[in-house]
Design a protein around this ligand. Structure first.
Ligand code: KIV
Length: 271
């Protein structure tokens, strides 16, 4: 069995906690549609995140704030149809869970019922504790998200590394412990110092999935960035495995030329 694709029938929230205790790293990537979900699932990804980064990479917005619950459900239901083995986590979008716990639960239920996703992710710690508990009490698995939380970008004012100062690092540790105690099955830690992330990962029994957070229990990247479809986003943590932007541009330019030159379709490509 290759290291990249172990023989799990279907990854569950329980599998992830077991993977951490067996020191097996967790691979997670975003997807927003059926075709990409099928590809990443077949390649052995453990967790597919239907991220609200769809707002940026699918819809072209500057931030994650504009995407709606209905739009997230549309993306998530397409991904679920393509995911046979991976656990599907769906982001609760901005505005769908912050105002009150009942609304948070209603939003989470809509995601579970209408998309068929397996769990939800939301950003924040103790400040949204009642919403997190309400969703968990309904039997819906929750993944936390701490550190750089893009839905709060207008509060932070910048996308730079979070929790470099002691007070913020202490608050982050407190929030992580709270999320674990409340019953979350994993936490995404975004853009925090590797040393702090390592301390959080070693104090918690639930997996810490990092993005710009060093070598923790697992890693997550936005699939469009990993594949090099985006070419203007160059944070230090990003490793591009392909340069699809260049390759797709080349392929489409060739197609344009072939159509113009009447090279396409050839005799064999006609009925
Ligand atoms: O929406 C997203 O893509 C995310 C990842 C960056 C973790 O939340």
């Amino acid at each position: 069995m290759s290291a990249s694709k172990k023989d799990y029938k279907r990854i569950t929230t329980k599998t992830l906690v077991e993977m951490k205790s067996n020191k097996e790293k967790i691979s997670m990537v975003t997807a927003y549609d059926y075709t990409m979900a099928q590809i990443v699932d077949g390649a052995g990804i453990d967790v597919i995140l239907v991220g609200d980064s769809a707002s940026n990479v699918m819809a072209g917005h500057e931030t994650t704030l504009p995407i709606t619950l209905d739009q997230m459900i549309y993306h998530a239901s397409s991904v679920v149809r393509g995911a046979k083995r991976s656990l599907v986590v769906v982001d609760l979008p901005f505005g769908s869970y912050q105002s009150d716990p009942k609304e948070a639960l209603r939003s989470a239920i809509r995601i579970m019922k209408e998309s068929g996703g397996h769990s939800v992710k939301l950003e924040g710690g103790t400040e949204i504790k009642d919403s997190i508990k309400k969703i968990l009490n309904a039997g819906i698995p929750v993944m936390g998200h701490l550190g750089l939380t893009p839905q709060s970008i207008y509060k932070f004012g910048t996308y730079t590394v979070r929790a470099k100062e002691e007070a913020e690092a202490e608050k982050l540790m407190k929030d992580a412990l709270f999320l674990q105690k409340a019953g979350c099955f994993a936490i995404v830690l975004e853009k925090v110092p590797a040393k702090l992330a390592e301390q959080v990962a070693s104090q918690l029994t639930i997996p810490i999935i990092g993005i710009g957070a060093g070598n923790v229990d697992g890693q997550v990247l936005v699939v469009n960035d990993l594949l090099g479809m985006t070419n203007e986003f160059n944070p230090r943590f990003l490793r591009r495995y392909l340069n699809l932007h260049e390759q797709i541009t080349g392929a489409i330019s060739q197609y344009v030329a072939d159509v113009k030159n009447e090279d396409f379709p050839s005799e064999e490509e006609q009925y």
